[in-house]
Design a protein around this ligand. Structure first.
Ligand code: LHQ
Length: 263
């Protein structure tokens, strides 16, 4: 892993911290490689049952590092952004959505451009009261990427997706919550505690079911109802074969709290 990502794991929770605070955790190649590796590590480590993604310092992430997108000689021949997205950004967004473990985005400050996309790729998005969100792309002549054109209409609706994308306004955390981009807003000094408490809880829950919930929700956006009902039946077959389903029902019948193993 690179210095630009901090990875810490304990008690079933892996915390991944974007760590370039002097540039508001702008995303450069080393950070993106580190993030890819951190997600792979959390995926492979069976003891990890929930993840937190957050930023060091006063920002979550200011999006792509603009210092590295234009050649040093200032020529118009900027790097191939499409290739950069395909090679670096897109695998991370799909990797987050397909990771069979819950990811909590703890948005501790500004989330701009692809930094906002990254936040929205989490399963549960928490924000500090002073966090802000900005589809900054259009301000520099670009188009929302890293999933924002997919997430925004689904989360906020088409009218809001268009306004957010085309105006690039910086909105506060309460507005983001009202628009459906954020699950809960917490006081600044409580955000990480709240994220840790939620992750600690989720790390004791039926992890296989979480992975299957993600699979079902991922598919739902492009499925017909009939196809989704069929998929639910397949997925529930898998859930029904887990140790945690057995434990959940047994605990219910024995009138005690379940002890889920994640298997
Ligand atoms: C930065 C950045 C930054 C480098 C702040 N880069 N240094 C594009 C291309 C390639 C492929 C993938 O996809 C994309 C998609 C994108 O993400 S495009 C959108 C990129 N992001 C932006 O356009 C946002 C640019 N930043 C801002 O507008 C502001 O910094 C925000 C609104 C985020 C925060 O404003 P302030 O709180 O006033 O902070 P600041 O502007 O003073 O920034 C602090 C430092 O961070 C500053 O450096 P300095 O040396 O002056 O202290 C900035 O230059 C640096 N920084 N964002 N993206």
């Amino acid at each position: 892993m690179t210095n630009e990502i901090q990875y810490q794991s304990s008690d079933g929770v892996a915390t991944i911290t974007l760590n370039r605070p002097s540039v508001l955790n702008a995303l450069d190649d080393a950070l993106m490689r580190g993030l890819r590796d951190a997600l792979a590590q959390a995926r492979a480590d069976e003891s990890v049952r929930a993840l937190i993604l957050t930023g060091a310092g006063r920002a979550f992430s200011a999006g792509a590092d603009l210092n590295t997108t234009i050649p040093a000689d200032g020529s118009l021949k900027a790097m191939d952004l499409g290739r950069l997205l395909r090679d670096r950004y897109n695998p991370i967004i799909t990797g987050m959505r397909e990771l069979p473990k819950p990811i909590i985005s703890a948005v501790n400050g500004v989330a701009a451009g692809a930094g906002m996309s990254l936040a929205l790729a989490g399963d549960i998005v928490l924000a500090s009261r002073s966090a802000t969100f900005m589809q900054a792309f259009v301000k520099i002549g670009l188009v929302p990427d890293a999933g924002s054109t997919w997430f925004l209409p689904r989360l906020a609706g088409d009218v809001r997706a268009r306004a957010l994308s085309m105006l690039g306004d910086r909105i506060d955390a309460e507005s983001a919550e009202r628009l459906g981009l954020v699950w809960k807003v917490h006081e600044d000094d409580q955000l990480l505690n709240e994220a840790r408490a939620l992750a600690a809880h989720m790390a004791t829950q039926p992890t296989r079911a979480y992975g299957l919930i993600k699979e079902a929700l991922n598919a739902s956006s492009s499925n017909t109802l009939v196809a989704q009902l069929d998929l639910e039946a397949d997925i529930q077959t898998k859930a029904g074969l887990t140790e945690d389903f057995h434990e959940g029902v047994t605990a219910f019948l024995e009138k005690r709290a379940p002890r889920f193993s994640g298997r």
